[in-house]
Ligand binder design. Structure first.
Ligand code: PMV
Length: 362
């Protein structure tokens, strides 16, 4: 079992003066939710997610060796323009991973990044953004230490991404990713995400996620604050146990393809996540009236048609509508006829299961 120490960079066997890489990393949607953490971004409970395919961050990292190595030096471009507001988050990320990547102070970096989804969509870009940056850092490290294995490359990339933003560690590799130690998945770890290794039932091939953009504004409560409120939360311990149970249940469901059970676990997880927010102190609500209207419409449609469509939520008001590929026409028609009216400016994004980060340029 790998520990934190195994991710400390030892020595350069190679020198590198400058270079350029580009990676894309997708967003992911949790089925069993991560909510609550310990020190150093260790999750309070395990989670599992579908990797998305279309909602991505694309990040190009250009670097040149500098004279001194006593500080971090980088420029940040977002959609081609300098973006000072994003710099503190990146600096914090570099500070957190420096212990594991001491070569970071040897270079001046230009980080040139954009998302394939609109910035003001209410879709969190921290998971895809931190993952894309971590992939680029690992490409650099791989040149300094060419002997590293592919497994180590992806494990350390996920380990670094986790230190940037917890759920980012699930955006590195694989279409279904588990993060957090759980007895039913022997290779699972609190330190990085692992690809779900059992054979996934064909019902989940190209599983669809249509993201209904109910509210594109900034969240009133950040996920950092939300995670923190799980400390001293009256239901926290029971919730963490429940996540362990749901993870082992969903593992079986992903193997046997039972969509009724899948729906039950996934919707219960979404509502439990929001119940934790409503029962913390201070309490808060991130759903909007239209979130509830959509949920009720989905329930009615499912009862009437027996089409296995369900919803999940992340830490916001938007609704992810999940369904198998073979009902895509019926569900898209339903979304257009009945749900689009609840979306801000009628906006929604069609996505589906993807396979993880991709190297675009080296
Ligand atoms: O990675 P963070 O700290 O933004 O937390 C994400 C939390 C949820 O999206 C609500 C759940 C999850 O597992 O992704």
């Amino acid at each position: 079992m790998l520990s934190e120490k195994d991710f400390i960079f030892k020595n350069n066997s190679n020198e590198l003066e400058n270079g350029i890489f580009q990676w894309s990393s997708p967003s992911n949607i949790a089925l069993v939710k991560y909510w609550g953490k310990k020190e150093n971004q260790v999750p309070a409970n395990p989670s599992i997610s579908f990797t998305l395919n279309n909602c991505k961050t694309v990040t190009k990292l250009t670097f040149v060796k500098k004279e001194t190595n006593n500080n971090f030096a980088f420029d940040l471009l977002f959609e081609g323009k300098s973006k000072e507001d994003f710099k503190p988050k990146i600096l914090k990320f570099f500070e957190r991973i420096f212990e594991y990547c001491p070569y970071l102070k040897d270079y001046h970096f230009t980080i040139d990044t954009h998302n394939t989804f609109p910035h003001s969509s209410g879709i969190a870009s921290s998971a895809s953004g931190m993952a894309a940056l971590a992939m680029n850092v690992m490409s650099l490290e791989k040149i300094l230490n060419p002997s590293m294995s592919d497994d180590y490359f992806y494990q350390k990339a996920s380990f670094l991404a986790r230190l940037g933003s917890g759920s980012a560690c699930r955006s590195v590799k694989g279409s279904v990713v588990v993060w957090g130690k759980n007895d039913s998945i022997s290779e699972s770890s609190d330190l990085f995400g692992v690809e779900f290794s059992a054979t996934i039932h064909e019902n989940f091939n190209n599983y669809q996620d249509t993201i209904l953009l109910v509210d594109k504004g900034e969240k009133q409560v950040s996920s950092t604050v939300g995670h923190d409120l799980m400390h001293n939360h009256p239901y926290a311990e029971r919730r963490f146990e429940q996540a362990h149970d749901n993870l082992s249940k969903i593992k079986t469901v992903l193997e046997n393809g039972n969509l009724d059970e899948f729906i039950q676990i996934v919707e219960s997880e979404a509502l439990t996540l929001h119940s934790m927010m409503m029962t913390s102190m201070p309490y808060f609500i991130l759903m909007k009236p239209n979130t509830l209207k959509i949920i009720n419409k989905i329930w009615k449609f499912r009862t009437e048609t027996k089409i296995p469509v369900c919803f999940t939520l992340d830490a916001g008001a938007n609704v992810h509508v999940l369904y198998p590929e073979n009902v895509v026409n019926e569900v898209l028609q339903f979304i257009k006829n009945e749900l689009v009216v609840y979306c801000q400016n009628g906006h929604y994004i069609c996505d589906e299961i993807g396979s993880g980060s991709q190297l675009i340029m080296q």
